[in-house]
Design a protein around this ligand. Structure first.
Ligand SMILES: [Zn+2]
Length: 296
């Protein structure tokens, strides 16, 4: 068949692609990754495959955070070239991949990240039956600040209307059904011990929704953390990002919500096993700065 005869297919194909993009954004509730943390078992997904690598997207150079020299070591890498003096340029993908940090979603057009030009609303939902409402809200509040400082993303808390004027605080909700977060928001939902939304041995989970834009860029549009009351049974309160404690476990899930996956470094708080001596490694910090670098 002559190529010319196939030309009529092109508009059809384009309509198909647009339809797929719309479908993914609005309807495909299956189009997200579930990454769970549990301190009971080691993670079978740790064997790294190609799809778990950081890939280039030219929009990922709008840095919002001042970088330390150590972070720059991650970001400035020689271009792979046969020249005797290879050009050193911004090329975070190499450093992050070598360090064993992974993205949540990777495509040939870059990894799924939030666009850094708009506000992202953080909603804390706490089940009606839970008692530690204040602690649960405080943990989300503290962790939100940390993520904001590490990434530069414009995270804001959602306002609750209690009485006449809106205040910042948790929403008390039924978690029998957990709705999909609205666009440009991250939901942190605290559920009771026997919640059907988590496995028996699961303390928390993070899910992200991403859409593919017309230039092929995968963009996170909403995210959700489901956090079990059991985190308070399992851990004490502690320092955010240092050791195994409630805050660090929640930070782990929140970092997934901005597009960063697991680390194969045993010391990292992004390892699947949250060790007593875990902390945020330079590679973790580099991944977080990178997570805030996607321009619109
Ligand atoms: Zn995890």
């Amino acid at each position: 068949m002559k190529i010319r005869k196939l030309l009529w297919l092109i508009p059809l194909l384009l309509i198909g692609l647009v339809a797929i993009a719309i479908y993914e954004e609005f309807f495909a509730s299956g189009n997200y990754q579930k990454i769970e943390i549990s301190n009971y078992d080691s993670d079978p997904t740790l064997s790294r495959e190609d799809k778990e690598t950081w890939t280039r997207n030219l929009r990922d150079e709008k840095w919002l955070i001042e970088r330390s020299p150590k972070i720059d070591d991650f970001f400035y890498q020689p271009e792979q070239t046969t020249m005797i003096h290879p050009m050193i340029s911004i090329n975070p993908y190499i450093g992050l991949n070598v360090a064993g940090v992974t993205p949540m979603v990777s495509t040939e057009n870059g990894v799924a990240l939030w666009a850094n030009c708009h506000k992202i609303e953080v909603l804390t939902g706490v089940d009606f039956f839970l008692e530690q409402v204040e602690e649960m809200y405080d943990v989300i509040d503290g962790v939100t600040e940390v993520i904001k400082n590490y990434t530069g993303l414009r995270l804001t808390h959602s306002l609750q209307t209690t009485g006449n004027h809106p205040v910042y605080g948790p929403s008390l909700i039924s978690t029998a059904e957990i709705p999909t977060p609205k666009k440009n928001s991250i939901h942190a939902i605290w559920v009771p011990r026997e919640s059907p939304h988590l496995e028996d041995n699961e303390l928390g989970r993070a899910e992200i929704w991403n859409t593919v834009e017309t230039d092929g860029t995968p963009t996170i549009t909403r995210a959700r953390m489901i956090l079990s009351e059991k985190l308070f049974d399992e851990y004490d309160l502690g320092l955010i990002g240092r050791g195994s404690n409630v805050e660090t476990a929640v930070l782990h899930e929140f970092v997934h919500s901005v597009g960063v996956g697991h680390s194969n470094n045993k010391n990292s708080f992004m390892h699947t096993d949250l060790a007593d001596e875990s902390f945020a490694t330079i590679a973790d910090l580099a991944a977080l700065i990178f997570a805030g670098s996607r321009s619109c």
